[in-house]
Every structure is written in C-alpha cells, then in structure tokens.
Design a protein around this ligand. Structure first.
Ligand code: PRP
Ligand code: URA
Length: 212
C-alpha cells in the first residue's frame, strides 16, 4: 500500500463515532446522522491542501490581510445510494460545491459494479472532485467512478472519501489510477466470501435508508 496516497483520519472523535456506526444496535436515524458528521470531519482533512489567496477585509478596526480559498471550484460526487448519506456533511463544509450523481450497485454474485445513472455538472472537467461513498470493499465501484470521471475530462487528483476501507480495495484503487488520494476513517482486516468488509459495518446503503 502506498501510504503517501492514503490518509487515515484517526482523530479521537472520528474513531469514537465510527465505533457507534459499526454497532449493529445503532438505529437508522443515528446511523444517518453519524455518516453525515463523519463526512464533515473527513472533508476537513480532504480539503486541507486547498490553495489560499490573500484578500483584504475591512474589520471594524482596520484593513486586515486575510486568506480565502482560491483555485478550482469543487464538485462532490456521491456513488448512489450509500454515498448520498455523506453529501450533506461535505456541503456543510463547502456550501458552494456542485453535486454530480453516479448510480451503481454491486452484482451480488460477481461483486462487479453495475452502473445505472450519471448526472454531472457541465464543467466537471474543470473542478476538483471529491467522490464520496462510505464503503471501499473490492474497489470495483470506486474504480468505475474514477474511470467515468476520467472519461468526462477530469485530469487532476481525484479525492476519494470513504469511511471504512478494505486493504484489497485500497490496493486495487491505487493501482488503477496514479492520481487519486484515499481518505478513510478505518482500514479493516479484509473481505469475507460475500465481499463484505470485516469487521465493517454491514450494508451501508441499507443502514442509511432503512431498507433491511
Ligand atoms: C456498496 C457501497 C459501495 C460498494 C462498495 O454499494 O456503497 O458503492 O458497495 O463495494 P466495492 O468496493 O466492492 O465496489 P451497494 O452496491 O451495496 O449499493 P447501495 O449503495 O445502493 O446500497
Ligand atoms: N458494501 C457495503 O455496504 N458494505 C460492505 O461491507 C461492502 C460493500
């Protein structure tokens, strides 16, 4: 694993909230709230390298030389369904970001992603893109998302925000594209025979939307 392209968000509050998220007794309501909160905290790390420009601000006392975010505008791209649960947390941090949607689900037998929907901001090629999906298991869904974004002209670094990742998935994603950075709150043991993350948190989409 190329550690320079993976950021483990190991802040104590993040780890505390992640433990509640993993608990099978956690309600759908609380699960949804925690996914949103964790996305905000992780977004804080994922935007740490955004460029700043100087700006003059008139305070009640004098003119102050301050900083504001500059450079490319941002787009948040959730992988449906589960990625939707992270969007509002990221938008709490970056309210002006545009949102592009990518629909795909995993075939339960092959574990391969099946794309079914896409809708991007027209200028997606000119934006810094943050892909959000709580689970990085085999990596198939995120690789498909990155391949799609490259086909839409996104050339810069793509930031991949997940909450729980399997080592196999991380390796596959890093091998598939040279210019991605993964942000995750946990790197788990691995995958089971159904390609679910162990210990993981179960099916993130079902737990966010209460469909099981
Ligand atoms: C989950 C998850 C990821 C994918 C991860 O989605 O949200 O998109 O699986 O697995 P992978 O790394 O092996 O591709 P799922 O297919 O369950 O769809 P859902 O979000 O609609 O529930
Ligand atoms: N998708 C999930 O929601 N959970 C897993 O553990 C793997 C894929």
């Amino acid at each position: 694993m190329d550690n320079s392209r993976v950021t483990l968000v190991d802040h104590p509050m993040v780890q505390h909230k992640l433990s509640i998220l993993r608990d099978k007794a956690t309600s759908c309501k609380q699960f949804r709230e925690l996914v949103r909160e964790l996305a905000l905290f992780e977004g804080y790390e994922a935007t740490r390298d955004l460029p700043l420009a100087d700006v003059d601000v008139e305070t009640p006392i004098c003119t102050a030389r301050c900083k504001q975010v500059s450079g490319k505008k941002l787009a948040v791209v959730p992988i449906l369904r589960a990625g939707l649960g992270m969007v509002d947390g990221v938008l709490d941090l970056i309210p002006a970001a545009r949102v592009g949607h990518l629909g795909m689900y995993r075939n339960e037998e092959t574990h391969e992603p099946v794309p079914y929907y896409d809708k991007m901001p027209e200028d997606i090629a000119n934006r810094t893109v943050l892909v959000v999906d709580p689970m990085l298991a085999t990596g198939g869904s995120i690789i498909s998302a990155v391949t799609y974004l490259r086909s839409r002209g996104v050339t810069g670094e793509i930031k991949l925000m997940v909450l729980v990742a399997a080592p196999e998935g991380i390796d596959a994603v890093l091998a598939a594209d040279d210019n991605v950075h993964i942000y995750t709150c946990a790197i788990d043991e691995g995958l089971n025979s159904a390609a679910y993350i162990v210990p993981g948190l179960g099916d993130a989409g079902d737990r966010i939307f209460g469909t099981k």
